[in-house]
Design a protein around this ligand. Sequence first.
Ligand SMILES: Cc1ncc(C[n+]2csc(CCOP(=O)(O)OP(=O)(O)O)c2C)c(N)n1
Ligand SMILES: [Mg+2]
Length: 345
Amino acid sequence: MNNQNTKIIFPQNSSMFSNVNKDILLSLYEDMFLGRNFEDMCAQMYYRGKMFGFVHLYNGQEAVSAGIIKSLKNEDYVCSTYRDHVHALSKGVPAKMVMAELFGKETGCSRGRGGSMHIFSAPHNFLGGFAFIGEGIPIAVGSAFQSVYKKQVLQNTKTLSVTACFFGDGTTNNGQFFECLNMAVLWKLPIIFVIENNQWAIGMAHSRSTSLPEIYKKAQAFGLPGVEVDGMDVLAVRKVALEAINRARSGEGPTLIEALTYRFRGHSLADPDELRSRQEKNAWLIRDPIKRLKRYLIQNTLVTIDELSKLELKVKNEVEDAVNFALSSPEPQLGDLKRYLFAED
Ligand SMILES: Cc1ncc(C[n+]2csc(CCOP(=O)(O)OP(=O)(O)O)c2C)c(N)n1
Ligand SMILES: [Mg+2]
């Protein structure tokens, strides 16, 4: 079937010997470990009937979220897709508020009205959560535009905020992608387009659906830097992220980053995942970004197994607490059915 046409591209570069301090290494590990555990817990809760609708998990892609978002500042913005839980966690939205949102509870970050595909948090500059593919790209361009406007026209900020806009390989075949690249370059916007090329768009292999499979090369037509990075290597992602963020913040304009990655689960929890070959899945599974960082940390005696075990236990407790919080939280009131449709004074 599709598998015969699927070409597996593994990036050659590895950053594993770069100089990153221990606190940062641990925070990257913690963030990826939280993302993985949170998503595994979601699968459990979904199959127990605790959450409804479509739920798209992020397993396998954690190095992209951690490498990019952990390099941003609090005042920077993140715009996501329907595969959004882990992006929100990396941006600092508390696990319990994301979990409660997935349970449809009033204490969720979108007050239980959004669910899995519409995670949103104004205090964390987390712009969502969008069910339509490509829907977030113009929103992210707007976010980058307001930052420039505030600085240059209103003169009320000292530095530019950067917006990181995430989307998938399949989405790059949509029109908004090209329109937004054009505007971002034209106006030198402080934005990073992060393409998570996980090789598939539901059951459509990337190489069968696009004219030029190397997405980063499409940047050239619009005149912005296009960078390909190993999306299973958090330190490699972090390195290109920092360069792109510096560029954006100093007013030099946008960068396109194509992170080569893979999702370890089906497209959504409703997908039996029968289209991708076992051979292809295994080839990517051995490149698991979390195990890879762990190996690197231990082999280079940067941390002890004890330190990592403590961190892992802390994260597992955080995810347990998130479930208990979501379970014990109230449902939205029926009388509030129409609330939040419009802004309140
Ligand atoms: C405008 C629009 N068209 C079609 C869909 C149906 N759809 C949902 S996910 C998806 C594939 C997207 O693949 P990709 O961008 O690679 O993201 P991934 O799921 O791999 O993270 C499609 C076509 C949609 N949600 N929105
Ligand atoms: Mg994809």
